[in-house]
Design a protein around this ligand. Structure first.
Ligand SMILES: C[S@@+](CC[C@H](N)C(=O)[O-])C[C@H]1O[C@@H](n2cnc3c(N)ncnc32)[C@H](O)[C@@H]1O
Length: 221
């Protein structure tokens, strides 16, 4: 199976488990992130990449002017849709192409626990595509994991791609090799420098979050 197929199979199989998280109480750190997310999304048109079952979408949708939530797993999108959030459209789309969301440009974009899955060789492709759907002056928020010392998933790099991988196992015993990069703040700054300015990084276990202004979006309208 290709890397893309493994990721798709893994997240589609994991969708019901991830949907269970919708019922859990947010941790203090997640509440802090939600607070910032909601203030950035307030009255804005919002594009969410890789929304999964809509864990974060449900905090954004009520305050945003309009939200478009995308994912390439139909199973994930079905869980997200089942929340019947206001002013929200769910679109099946591949984050590297975003061919199905049309030509509208957005004020604010966010992607949670997604960028750690981008192969380094596709980083430019993703951010160029993503930002081509953002207005001039748009803002972005990204959130992802910091490696936990007690995480026992096998974690290794490959010489040919320089990407890092984890072997993820699901309760049914199936296992999947997934790209997963645990960035340092320095790596994030370096990788994002061509795409964003005013990069503001919070780096506190268990997850980092950052915001930036898009360098080259389309015209504001
Ligand atoms: C770790 S989950 C994060 C889900 C959600 N953002 C959250 O934080 O709960 C990663 C998500 O990326 C989606 N995904 C993986 N590859 C993708 C791609 N090429 N295009 C769009 N979504 C993708 C998966 O289906 C999954 O929903």
């Amino acid at each position: 199976m290709s890397e893309v197929d493994q990721m798709h199979a893994y997240y589609s199989a994991r969708a019901p488990l991830m949907a269970q998280r919708l019922a859990t109480q947010p941790s203090p750190q997640v509440l802090e992130i939600i607070g910032q997310l909601r203030s950035m999304a307030q009255d804005q048109t919002v594009l969410e990449i890789a929304c999964g079952p809509g864990y974060w979408t449900r905090y954004v949708a009520p305050v945003a002017r309009e939200t478009v939530a995308t994912d390439y797993s139909v199973k994930m999108l079905n869980f997200a849709r089942a929340q019947f959030l206001p002013k929200t459209r769910y679109i099946h789309d591949d984050a590297y192409h975003l061919k199905n969301i049309g030509g509208v440009k957005f004020d604010f974009g966010f992607a949670m626990h997604w960028v750690s899955h981008i192969p380094i060789a596709r980083w430019k492709q993703f951010f160029t595509t993503f930002h081509s759907h953002m207005k001039q002056g748009a803002r972005v928020m990204l959130v992802d994991d910091i490696h936990r010392p007690d995480d026992h998933d096998p974690y290794y790099s490959k010489l040919d791609t320089h990407d890092s991988y984890e072997l993820r196992q699901l309760p049914d015993g199936s296992s999947y090799e997934i790209i997963k990069t645990y960035f340092t703040p320095g790596q994030l700054r370096e990788l994002l420098a061509p795409f964003g300015r005013n990069i503001d990084i919070h780096f506190t276990r268990p997850r980092w979050w950052l915001t930036y202004d898009v360098i080259s979006g389309g015209n504001r309208r």
